[in-house]
Design a protein around this ligand. Structure first.
Ligand SMILES: Cc1cc2nc3c(=O)[nH]c(=O)nc-3n(C[C@H](O)[C@H](O)[C@H](O)COP(=O)(O)OP(=O)(O)OC[C@H]3O[C@@H](n4cnc5c(N)ncnc54)[C@H](O)[C@@H]3O)c2cc1C
Length: 596
């Protein structure tokens, strides 16, 4: 697979829809259009020329554990060195620790490129960025001074150590212990499983952020604290000092992302330091988890884009059968399969889901930037509420899309899609984990419905619908888009009513929360992405009306938007009907009767 970043579409989203230059001016970071475009072009080159060529071999070779040391696939070390030396690692890091402070609206495009080029390679640095955020926001000054600069530069990496054999979704069950020491540090003991990048050969040090319990901690999630536990304790001169008592006990053998090490990590009285307040670990970890959830959403998007590119290239060159309406390429033995309506259905589903998720990724990144960087406190709070509502949708919907679009990639290649050499089956295997980790998609749906919608009586949801409605009303005044705008108007009204209906049903019967949540998330995602597709169509129509010199690009946007509302958006209706099926049909069956 020869991945090329979709730069034209990224520029469309960033400049033409979300005014990235104006956004940067608001955040006062001095980035102008020329710089932004230059960075994106270099990023695209790095992803295509340095990272993408590693992906196939990383799947074949995987990681190895020999005498406690993990080696990453051939080429990862060299590519990672370039990643650090060229400043990519520090792109989003805080300025005071030598980061470059790029807004997420820009960095999300780069991260999508990396995910598409090699998900395994990106996982190492993605977790480090999340760990930087958590440490920067909650760590003591001494910890920040000792660890942050090296983590921001990418010379040292970060991990998140939550999961234990008996504690996955339910972190209340975790058993790792932290014993206070006279010098103010802690001895951390316990075993963590499934730790991404827990051990690797890319960085000189690995800084683990570990959830553990203090001796007097209350039971449940209110008794969890967060600790920084480094592989090597930082020396005063900033070099890796003494080796800590922790080790990688095993590597998991997994379905995909084989180039990303997934480790059993044993902490045997390892020296650690508290991050944030005692028993507030989960709240601190949430800083990292929110970032990680957005990043995992981008993983789904990256995979989807890569599968679309593969599918499109194949559909243009594979010759099978004649078009139903008569030969299109009579000089060839058969027509390219892109002439067949069903192949086009698959390609357009891939294209509109990928591009639609890119729109929502940008909209969410913008909120994340404003949440922390807007000069006005009120605007920061508003963006924070909006981002909180969007994150579970992004995580779950994008990763479901990634899996669906990768599966369509396999389908487009016919039997060849099932064969390793074309790369489609790898995308499908690699993307499967994204629906599971960082909170399974079922848990994201619960988060959306219980905490984000029921939590405020659907107020923030209503505000989002109001905002989308303003754009839909404006679109209705353009004759060419009237039909699409009317369809969206109806959907927004329906979404608002469904929000109220769901809140009432869940208040009457708590079982409905778990019963309705997955369908409610999917419904919301399809309609939200539809609203953004309409905004893209408005912009494309305006460009065509103004006589653009790129009519093909804008025409394709309009046609893709048309496909989305006619052929993809109707899926929302099925989710609405399904959630209305209610909890009773799920809960009525006796557990023993499942076996019959
Ligand atoms: C390759 C890989 C990398 C990983 N990387 C990391 C990492 O770096 N750090 C880390 O800490 N962890 C990591 N994980 C762990 C991952 O986050 C967990 O596997 C995930 O959170 C789910 O936990 P579990 O596997 O124990 O599943 P369980 O929690 O046992 O869930 C099993 C099923 O039950 C459902 N379920 C559970 N509770 C509920 C509920 N209340 N309501 C409805 N449904 C429910 C789930 O949705 C799921 O379908 C990784 C896992 C893998 C496979």
């Amino acid at each position: 697979m020869n991945y090329q970043a979709p730069l034209r579409d990224m520029r469309f989203v960033l400049h033409e829809l979300f005014d990235v230059s104006g956004h940067c001016a608001r955040l006062n970071n001095g980035l102008d259009r020329e710089t932004i475009d230059g960075v994106l072009e270099e990023a695209a080159r790095f992803a295509a020329e340095v990272v993408s060529p590693l992906n196939r071999n990383s799947d074949e070779q995987g990681c190895q554990l020999i005498d406690g040391h993990v080696t990453t696939p051939q080429g990862f070390r060299d590519a990672y060195r370039q990643y650090v030396d060229n400043g990519w690692a520090s792109m989003t890091g805080p300025l005071e620790f030598a980061g470059q402070g790029f807004p997420q609206l820009i960095s999300a495009s780069f991260h999508e490129m990396l995910m598409a080029a090699s998900l395994s390679f990106r996982i190492y640095s993605g977790l480090t960025e999340g760990a930087v955020l958590a440490l920067h926001r909650h760590g003591s000054e001494a910890l920040k001074q000792a660890y942050l600069e090296k983590m921001v530069s990418g010379e040292w990496s970060g991990t998140m150590c939550l999961t234990e054999p008996q504690a996955g979704t339910d972190l209340a069950l975790l058993r790792t212990r932290a014993q206070p020491q006279a010098d103010g540090s802690y001895q951390v003991s316990g075993s963590k499983i499934f730790i991404s990048g827990g051990e690797q050969d890319l960085t000189a040090n690995i800084v683990h952020l570990v959830l553990a319990r203090l001796p007097d901690a209350p039971a449940g999630v209110k008794g969890i604290s967060l600790f920084l536990v480094p592989k090597f304790i930082a020396a005063a001169d900033g070099t890796p000092g003494p080796r800590n008592s922790l080790s990688c006990g095993a590597l998991e053998h997994k379905m995909g992302i084989k180039g990303a090490s997934t480790c059993v990590m044993n902490f045997d009285g390892a020296q650690g330091w508290l991050i944030g307040e005692a028993n507030q670990g989960l709240a601190c970890m949430f800083t990292m988890m929110n970032d990680a959830r957005f990043q995992v959403g981008l993983q789904g998007l990256g995979i989807a884009e890569a599968a679309f590119q593969g599918g499109l290239a194949y559909a243009r060159e594979r010759l099978q059968s004649r078009a139903i309406s008569g030969p299109v390429a009579p000089d060839k033995s058969a027509d390219p399969i892109i002439v067949h309506p069903d192949v086009r259905r698959m390609l357009l589903t891939q294209k509109t889901l990928s591009e639609g998720c890119r729109l929502l990724a940008a909209y969410t990144a913008l909120q994340l930037d404003l949440e922390h960087g807007d000069p006005q406190p009120e605007a920061r709070q508003k963006a924070s509420r909006r981002a909180a509502l969007l994150i579970p949708i992004v995580k779950a919907f994008f990763t479901d899309v990634g899996q669906e679009v990768a599966s369509l990639g396999v389908q487009l290649y016919g039997g060849h899609g099932y064969i390793r050499e074309w790369g489609m089956e790898q995308l499908m295997r690699d993307s499967r984990i994204t629906q599971l980790y960082e909170g399974t998609n079922g848990i994201q749906a619960l988060d959306l419905l219980r905490r984000k919608v029921l939590g405020d009586g659907a107020t923030e949801l209503g505000a989002l619908i109001d905002e989308l409605a303003v754009h839909v009303d404006a679109a209705g005044s353009q004759a060419a888009l009237r039909q699409m705008a009317e369809a969206m108007q109806q959907r927004l009204a329906e979404w608002r009513e469904l929000g109220t209906e769901v809140v009432e049903a869940c208040r009457r019967d708590v079982q409905e929360i778990g019963a309705m949540s997955v369908d409610f998330l999917a419904y919301s995602a399809y309609v939200l992405v539809g609203g953004l597709w309409l905004q893209a169509a408005v912009r494309a129509q305006a460009a065509l009306d103004a006589g653009t010199d790129e009519p093909g690009f804008y025409r394709a946007k309009l046609q893709a938007a048309d496909f989305y509302w006619r052929r993809v958006l109707p899926r929302a209706s099925a989710h609405r009907e399904s959630l209305r099926g209610g909890a009773h049909c799920l809960m009525a069956m006796d557990e023993a009767d499942f076996a019959f």
